[in-house]
Design a protein around this ligand. Structure first.
Ligand code: ZN
Length: 272
């Protein structure tokens, strides 16, 4: 969510009234657990409490937030851009900056929705060779315009066979069912498959390929404060622009229905 600071608590030192800030999925952290003390606040042991908005969430006209989780935004950045970066953007920026910041990797993005299209933009801007894999042929032209170098339909057996053992980093952003064996077989030696989407289906594959190619399967969850600030600066410097459709908050139910029906590449941003 994006908004302006209207009131300050007595302990606030970094923000002032009128500042425009972006806030992600996480609004606080316990400050006491092992992960908070290490600065990895997104891994807080009490994340159930710290990632849930009380009393009001982002669809309301105001929220209360720990100032460390309200990030000042670059002045030239459109608010609808920032709104998408604060969740979908950071979710994919964090693993891409960890595994593919050198810019010489073969990165593949699986699933082309809100997270996936941002992953293509970030991976491309770091200088990597980017492939998009989808079950939807209609997204071909869109992903090339975002910076993808190649597009593969996952049902195209011949195309999937040609990319065996070729990707250094696989970004799994989908929530649907998929051919996991085909994906695992496309990981290069010492490569990594990073899961950032919540799949609704159990994952099954033959583990032999992981073993003999020393590849990894891992997860990634939002980011710490430092990476969040780094992502905002990188996005501003490289003019990263998520695909956005603005809608008035009064049409929120229409937006939810269209998400279910259309599986769009763009994010709907609700304006309150
Ligand atoms: Zn904690």
């Amino acid at each position: 969510m994006v908004g302006h600071v209207t009131e300050l608590g007595s302990a606030v030192t970094m923000l002032k009234a009128g500042d425009r800030v972006g806030i992600g999925w996480q609004g606080r952290s316990c400050g006491k657990c092992e992960w908070c003390l290490k600065g990895e606040v997104q891994l807080c042991d009490d994340i159930d409490q710290c990632g849930v908005w009380r009393p009001y969430g982002g669809f309301s006209t105001s929220v209360v937030v720990d100032e460390r989780f309200a990030y000042p935004l670059p002045s030239g950045m459109p608010s609808e851009t920032a709104a998408v970066l604060m969740c979908a953007g950071i979710s994919v920026y964090n693993p891409i900056s960890r595994y593919a910041s050198s810019g010489d990797k073969k990165v593949v993005v699986i699933g082309l929705g809100g997270l996936g299209h941002m992953a293509i933009e970030f991976a491309h801007m770091f200088g990597n060779e980017v492939t998009a894999i989808s079950s939807s042929p209609s997204k071909h032209e869109q992903v090339l315009s975002l910076g993808a170098d190649h597009f593969i339909l996952i049902s195209d057996r011949e195309a999937m066979r040609k990319v065996r053992y070729s990707f250094d980093v696989l970004m799994y952003t989908s929530h649907g069912n998929t051919d996991w064996t085909a994906l695992v077989n496309s990981i290069a030696t010492n490569g990594s498959l990073v899961v950032v989407g919540f799949s609704d289906f159990p994952v099954t594959f033959d583990p032999m390929e992981l073993v003999v190619h020393q590849s990894s399967m891992t997860g990634s969850f939002i980011a710490n404060h430092e990476t969040m600030r780094e992502m905002l600066a990188f996005a501003q410097e490289h003019a990263i622009r998520p695909k956005v459709e603005l809608m008035p908050m009064a049409e929120v139910n229409t937006a939810i229905q269209r998400l279910k029906d259309e599986h769009p590449l763009q994010r709907f941003v609700m304006v309150n």
